[in-house]
Design a protein around this ligand. Structure first.
Ligand SMILES: CC(C)=CCC/C(C)=C/CC/C(C)=C/CC/C(C)=C/COC[C@H](O)COP(=O)(O)O
Ligand SMILES: CC(C)=CCC/C(C)=C/CC/C(C)=C/CC/C(C)=C/COP(=O)(O)OP(=O)(O)O
Ligand SMILES: [Mg+2]
Length: 289
């Protein structure tokens, strides 16, 4: 395997698309807080771009390391269910995976503490939760889903922490929306994975309480996300353009919920929840103008 192929395999292992989406979410939060609190981005353009890059890089590496560690602990399941992935396929060795994870977490934490103490504390808490999730939480009833929901929502809190605790407080509504949307999707993914998780001895919410209560809880989280989605506009965090752009994301949320409740098509529901989250992220950007 040449250097380019190795780098592409590492990016695949990190699930770079999720990691990039998380990094972009943190950068969006910086722009939102900067305009809400009227905190000008200090320094010249190069200074600001470098800081935005560090924030993106930190979240990209932390999320990527979380994904790599998750696959490290999932290797036995993935050998059966997803043998094409970098670790079970042997394209990346176990020791190599551990070194990569440690390096990525270490650089991410270093960047976080160099930004400021608030960013460092959020970064430290998130790295702890990512490790705890991969080792234990993901096999628990609901706690694993809620920890991923917190981590996903925390991308906005982390970006906002560039401006200290004032910034973090401003971003709480967006944190809540991302938390609810992700919680819904994580439960749908667990319903989809009932068979594999049961064989692995995992006790997830759908395994413990059954499909119907799990569908109801996921639908509830999804409805709450859509119901509260106008909050960023109503709280003057984003402009009315956010509402216009949100229509597309809201439509996908409804399709995801309908696929879940009416058709029990969990793969379609999970796909549309993720598309809705991506479109909602785009609506956050539109809402800046
Ligand atoms: C109602 C409303 C306006 C919701 C806001 C939704 C929003 C903007 C969410 C942000 C999403 C975000 C920061 C995503 C980044 C990383 C990510 C995809 C996290 C959750 O995924 C974890 C999941 O287990 C990955 O599985 P898979 O996608 O199947 O590989
Ligand atoms: C803001 C900072 C510093 C960090 C945030 C980190 C983020 C955004 C985490 C989001 C959630 C995430 C991508 C966690 C990684 C671990 C994970 C949930 C992987 C998915 O693995 P499984 O639940 O096993 O599903 P698969 O079937 O896809 O393997
Ligand atoms: Mg996995």
């Amino acid at each position: 395997m040449n250097l380019i192929q190795k780098i592409l395999t590492y990016l695949e292992f990190m699930r770079y698309k999720n990691a990039a989406m998380a990094g972009v979410s943190s950068v969006i939060a910086v722009f939102i807080v900067s305009s809400i609190l009227d905190y000008p981005m200090e320094g010249d353009l190069l200074y600001n771009i470098s800081h935005l890059f560090y924030i993106f890089l930190m979240v990209f590496l932390a999320t990527g390391a979380g994904n790599m560690l998750n696959d490290y602990y999932d290797i036995d399941i993935d050998r059966v269910n997803k043998p094409h992935r970098p670790l079970p396929s042997g394209r990346i060795g176990l020791k190599e995976a551990v070194y990569l994870t440690i390096i990525c977490f270490s650089i991410a934490l270093l960047i976080a503490f160099l930004i400021n103490p608030v960013s460092g504390i959020i970064g430290f808490i998130n790295v702890f939760i990512l490790i705890w999730y991969a080792k234990t939480l993901k096999r628990t009833v609901l706690l694993g889903n809620l920890s991923i929901a917190y981590l996903t929502g925390s991308t906005f809190l982390f970006g906002a922490s560039f401006f200290g605790t004032d910034g973090v407080i401003v971003m709480i509504p967006l944190f809540l929306l991302a938390f609810l949307a992700t919680a819904a999707r994580e439960i749908v993914k667990d319903i989809e994975d009932i068979k594999g998780d049961s064989e692995d001895g995992a006790v997830t919410f759908p395994i413990k309480y059954g499909e119907k209560p799990a569908i109801g809880l996921a639908a509830l989280f999804g409805f709450l996300a859509v119901l509260l989605s106008p909050l960023p506009y109503l709280m003057n965090i984003l402009t009315v353009h956010y509402l216009y752009a949100l229509v597309f994301g809201a439509l996908c949320f409804f399709i995801a919920i309908y696929a879940l409740v009416a058709n029990k098509d969990y793969a379609k529901s999970s796909k549309y929840f993720k598309l809705a989250m991506f479109l909602a992220l785009a609506a956050f950007i539109v809402g800046l103008f």
